[in-house]
Design a protein around this ligand. Sequence first.
Ligand code: APR
Length: 228
Amino acid sequence: MDMKIVVLTGAGISAESGLGTFRDSDGLWERFKIEEVATPEAWAKNPKLVLEFYNERRRQCLKAKPNSAHNALVELEKHFEVSIVTQNIDDLHERAGSKNVLHLHGEILKAKTSELSTEYYDIKSDIKLGDKGTDGKQLRPHVVWFGEAVPMLDKAIELTTQADVFIVIGTSLNVYPAASLLHYTSEKCITYIVDKEKNNALPASYKHLKANATVGVKKLVEELIKRK
Ligand code: APR
């Protein structure tokens, strides 16, 4: 029976693909206020600003390419049963070739017309005011804003409870409920984190590979495959 590996990724895995993180020194939340671009209240108050914020991120996502950390996870999938739980809204895991990707915070290349609608529209261009769904309502990015529900959480928890190995990559673990996944690993689960910084939010039991994701993930994957 193949070992089950669950990988929780954050903005740090896409940083070396040129996509900004949120809380690093030059992070997105240094330049934009969360309450102005990433909450339902912001959407109600100034939908144009919110659309522009995510249009810019969609353009950057389309220009970016998967990096060797994304690619290393595809290699891992050839040897183990790998489920990726990502907080990222980019599609770099999918473009690298990963098969089981669960987006906790939505997907920038999809649009919808309300928080809980499950009719998604593939979108690669800007969303403009006046772009509507089949229900006649304004299109918005399929992104989970602060204060909104995280529909994929239960599935992510179920995967985490069954993991033999749990790997955290490039996330500050600042945002809940995503960060709560750490509490669902079983006693026997082996845990790693790949991050360029030390993260004190993590239990000491996590083996920390202090490196850029492109180096650390590749190294960890090689180690796991060698020990198979
Ligand atoms: N290699 C490895 N780790 C990196 C790299 C890199 N090149 N660059 C940054 N990191 C690490 C940082 O040290 C930090 O721990 O990635 C993490 C980035 O943290 P955040 O910017 O907070 O991103 P993330 O944890 O994904 O944010 C979670 O917050 O704003 C919301 O919905 C948004 O999904 C996002 C959530």
